[in-house]
Ligand binder design. Structure first.
Ligand code: UGA
Length: 451
C-alpha cells in the first residue's frame, strides 16, 4: 500500500521505515527540512539501534522516500499515518495543534478518499475531533475520510524490534473497511511473514503471534494513555518500596524479583532508582490526569506517581550530600545523560534534572554519555563533557550512574576508582552489588538496598 507518514520523529521514522520493510511504499515527511535533508543525504537524524540498516535497505529497494512538504504526499497515498508530536502545554494537557494543522493539510490536499491513522499519543476523543476537522476543511472537495486510532507501543532503544514483533496491534475503528485496510497494512507483522532485519535467523522473540485488537477509537486512545500511566505507576510503586526497604533493611532487588514471579504482577518496570523520564511517560501521565480532571474523574493516584517520580532526584541528591557533606565547588562525574540506555534522547531525562540540581548547588559537573552528548550540549552548555567514562571520573569527589548503559557495566572499575579524588559512587540505576563495589574500595550508595 502507498502510505504517507507525517512526522519523522522517533515514532514516525521507525513506523515509516518498518512499514517499508514489510513491503509498503512509504513517504516519510516532516516540516523540519533539516531532518529531511539528513535523511535524503543517507543519514538518520536520531540514534536508534538497527534503524539505519532498515532505512538503507528500504531506500535501496526504492520503498521509502522523504519529503519536507507533507502536503505534496497526501494525494499520492491511500493511507496517512499521523505521527506528529503532542508535547505538553504548561497546563499538562497535550498540545494538539500539530494534529489540527495536519488535519487541515490532509483535508485540503486529498482528492480521493483516504484512511487517516492517528498514531501520535492523544487524549481520548481526539479521533472524533480529527474527523470533524477533516470534514470541515474538505467541504469544498467533498472528499471523505476514514479515521482510525492505532496507538504505538514501541520503546526507544528497541523500537525496530518492538514495531516488528509487538505483543498486540490495537486498532480503533468505526467500520469494517478501516479494519480491513489496517489488517492489510499490518498483515506481514501479524502473520510473521517478513525477514527480520534485526535478529539473526531463529533469534526473533518466539512468543505468541501479536494479538489483533479491534476497538472503538475512544478505547484505542484510552488504551495508550492507560498503558503508559500504569507502567509509570509501577515504577513509582517500586521506588516507594525501595525507600521503605532501605529504611527497614531489605533489598529491593530481592523484593521485586519475588514479586515479579507472580504473573499477576510481572517482573518488568519494577526497577528502582532515579525514576522515569523521556518524552512519553511524564507527559502522558500529566495529560491523562488532565483528561480525567476535565471529565470529572479524580485520578489522584496518577498525580502521586508523578510526585514520587520528581522526588527521586532529591533522594539522589540527599545521598550525595550526606556522603560529601559540603558539595559546593566539588567535582562530580555523571555517567549517562540519555533518559534510558540505547538512545540519544535526553527529553525529560532524570539525568538532566539531576545535573541541573548539581549545578544549582554549585558543583562542577563533568558528564559522559555514549550517544547523548551532542544533544545535551544544547541544553546543558555549562557542564564539561568527558571523552570517556574514565575521563568523567578523573579527580571527581563523586561519580553518579544516571543511565544504565551496558558500557558502564563493563568498565574497568579499578581504573575508575583510581582516577577519582574520592571513590564515592552513587549508583542511580542499581547496576552493581553493594558488596562487590565495596570490596573494590568504593564508598557505594544505591537505592533500596542495605549498604
Ligand atoms: C514508553 C513505553 O514503554 C512504550 O510502550 C510507549 O510506546 C512509549 O513510551 C511511547 O509512548 O511512545 P519509552 O519512553 O521509550 O517507552 O521508554 P521505557 O522503556 O518505557 O522507559 C521509560 C522510562 O522509565 C525510562 O526513563 C526508564 O529509565 C524508566 N524505567 C523503566 C524505570 O525507571 N524503571 C523501570 O523498571 C523501567
Amino acid at each position: 500500500m502507498k502510505i504517507s507518514v507525517i512526522g519523522s520523529g522517533y515514532v514516525g521514522l521507525v513506523t515509516g521505515a518498518c512499514l517499508a520493510e514489510i513491503g509498503h511504499d512509504v513517504i516519510c515527511t516532516d516540516n523540519d527540512k533539516s531532518k529531511i535533508d539528513t535523511l535524503e543525504a543517507g543519514g538518520v537524524p536520531i540514534y536508534e539501534p538497527g534503524l539505519d540498516n532498515v532505512i538503507a535497505k528500504a531506500r535501496k529497494e526504492k520503498r521509502i522516500s522523504f519529503s519536507a512538504n507533507p502536503a505534496d504526499t497526501i494525494d499520492k497515498c491511500e493511507a496517512i499515518f499521523i505521527c506528529v508530536g503532542t508535547p505538553p502545554l504548561p497546563s499538562g494537557d497535550a498540545d494538539l495543534s500539530a494534529i489540527d494543522h495536519v488535519a487541515r493539510v490532509i483535508a485540503t490536499e486529498a482528492k480521493s478518499p483516504k484512511l487517516v491513522v492517528e498514531k501520535s499519543t492523544v487524549p481520548a476523543r481526539t479521533g472524533q475531533e480529527l474527523k470533524r476537522a477533516l470534514s470541515v476543511y474538505s467541504r469544498k472537495t467533498g472528499v471523505t475520510f476514514r479515521v482510525a486510532s492505532n496507538p504505538e507501543f514501541l520503546r526507544e532503544g528497541t523500537a525496530v524490534g518492538d514495531f516488528l514483533h509487538p505483543d498486540r496491534v490495537v486498532v480503533g475503528v468505526e467500520d469494517e473497511t478501516a479494519e480491513k485496510q489496517l489488517r492489510e497494512i499490518y498483515g506481514p507483522v501479524l502473520d510473521r511473514k517478513f525477514k527480520c532485519p534485526i535478529h539473526s535467523a531463529g533469534a526473533c522473540p518466539d512468543g505468541a503471534a501479536p494479538a489483533w485488537v479491534v476497538t472503538t477509537i475512544n478505547s484505542a486512545e484510552l488504551i495508550k494513555h492507560a498503558s503508559n500511566s500504569f507502567l509509570a505507576m509501577k515504577i513509582s510503586y517500586a521506588n516507594m518500596v525501595a525507600d521503605l526497604a532501605e529504611r527497614l533493611g531489605g533489598d529491593i532487588g530481592e523484593i521485586v524479583r519475588a514479586m515479579g514471579l507472580d504473573p499477576r504482577i510481572g517482573s518488568s518496570f519494577l526497577s528502582a532508582g532515579l525514576g522515569f523520564g523521556g518524552f512519553c511517560f511524564p507527559k502522558d501521565l500529566q495529560a491523562f490526569v488532565r483528561l480525567a480532571e476535565r471529565s470529572g474523574v479524580d485520578f489522584s493516584m496518577l498525580k502521586e506517581a508523578e510526585k514520587i517520580n520528581k522526588r527521586r532526584i532529591d533522594r539522589a541528591f540527599d545521598k550525595l550530600r550526606e556522603a560529601l557533606w559540603v558539595v559546593r565547588g566539588k567535582r562530580v562525574g555523571v555517567l549517562g545523560l540519555a533518559f534510558k540506555p540505547n538512545t540519544d534522547d535526553i527529553r525529560f531525562a532524570p539525568a538532566v534534572d539531576l545535573v541541573n540540581v548539581l549545578l544549582g548547588e554549585g558543583m562542577i559537573v563533568r558528564a559522559y554519555d555514549p550517544e547523548a552528548m551532542d544533544r545535551a550540549r544544547a541544553v546543558l552548555p555549562q557542564i564539561e563533557y568527558a571523552k570517556s567514562p574514565y575521563d568523567a571520573a578523573e579527580n571527581a569527589e563523586a561519580l553518579i550512574i544516571a543511565t544504565e548503559w551496558d558500557e558502564f557495566r563493563k568498565l574497568d572499575w579499578d581504573r575508575v576508582r583510581d582516577a577519582m579524588a574520592r571513590p564515592f559512587l552513587l549508583d542511580g540505576r542499581n547496576l552493581f552489588s553493594p558488596r562487590e563495589m565495596k570490596s573494590r574500595g568504593f564508598e557505594y550508595r544505591s537505592f533500596g538496598r542495605t549498604e
